[in-house]
Design a protein around this ligand. Structure first.
Ligand SMILES: [Ca+2]
Ligand SMILES: [Ca+2]
Length: 278
């Protein structure tokens, strides 16, 4: 937490004091809104990332979209929420349309590098879609040494309702830079504008997440289709960033509910949450 003045603009931010040794990790969440769409982003801990995305502020269609990394000095991947959070700001980029904060910028600092993700949420007045534009800048802050780093994005949307998960995830495009996930209640498409990913995987949500948390080095398997099932997908970028240099990942995603999607009627639904927040 850098400056108390930033807090004045936060709609919802739970801040706890820095954890002492042996205490549970700090958990804090930023809430973004634009028209009917809402998003939550958890800032710290091993499951940091966007964990709520809803076109209508009713049902989240996202369980987690988070970022992991592994430098040449590391034996396994870690969530960026396990780094020190050194910068945080929310802003309103369309005050004439909706004057609530819709954009979050963060900075995490590790040994010889910083990672700076930014999310900008856009919704619609009728709840028909939620779009997010994301930029992730990775800076090598060393003056002498290159930074060898693999950066991962894990994405687990939940777009089907029924007795069992029945989502399909797929990687598309000649440079594998578009991912889709679909089910009987919605469709998600994400395109990496630049740079194209080095590796990718469409797979089972738990299997992919375990690969990033299993304490060993992981290289994604380039699978391009999974499902129907508990589908998710992941991207991997392998970078060597020269001393003082930076890379910028730019991507955009759009979440669209299926028009007239059936409301939950039976037990055993796969819905991950339902809440009204305003
Ligand atoms: Ca706004
Ligand atoms: Ca691993």
């Amino acid at each position: 937490m850098r400056r108390a003045s930033l807090c004045a603009t936060l709609i919802a931010l739970a801040v706890t004091t820095p954890a002492l040794a042996g205490e549970p990790p700090i958990t804090s969440t930023v809430f973004l809104a634009d028209r009917q769409a809402t998003a939550d982003i958890a800032l710290t801990g091993p499951a940091a990332g966007m964990n709520w995305l809803s076109p209508d502020n009713e049902i989240s269609r996202l369980r987690l979209q988070g970022f992991w990394f592994r430098t040449a000095q590391m034996e396994s991947e870690a969530n960026i929420g396990q780094l020190q959070l050194t910068g945080q700001a929310v802003s309103d980029t369309n005050p004439g349309t909706d004057n609530r904060p819709d954009t979050l910028a963060l900075q995490y600092t590790g040994p010889g590098f910083t990672i700076e993700p930014t999310w900008k949420l856009r919704g619609s007045s009728h709840g028909g879609q939620a779009s997010v534009v994301e930029l992730i800048q990775i800076n090598n802050t060393s003056r002498t040494a290159p930074l060898v780093i693999s950066f991962f994005q894990y994405s687990n949307f939940v777009l089907s309702i029924g007795a069992a998960p029945a989502d399909t995830s797929q990687i598309h495009g000649t440079v594998n830079n578009t991912a889709t996930q679909s089910g009987n209640v919605g469709f998600l498409s994400e395109t990496v504008v630049t740079p194209s990913p080095s590796r990718w995987s469409a797979g089972d949500a738990n299997t992919l997440l375990n690969q990033l948390n299993d304490g060993s080095s992981t290289t994604l398997d380039n699978a391009t289709l999974f499902g129907p099932g508990n589908a998710a997908w992941a991207y991997q970028w392998d970078f060597t960033i020269p001393a003082g240099g930076s890379v910028l990942i730019s991507k955009t995603k759009q979440l669209v509910p299926t028009p007239g999607a059936a409301l939950p009627l039976a037990a055993g639904l796969v819905l991950i949450g339902r809440r009204r927040r305003r």
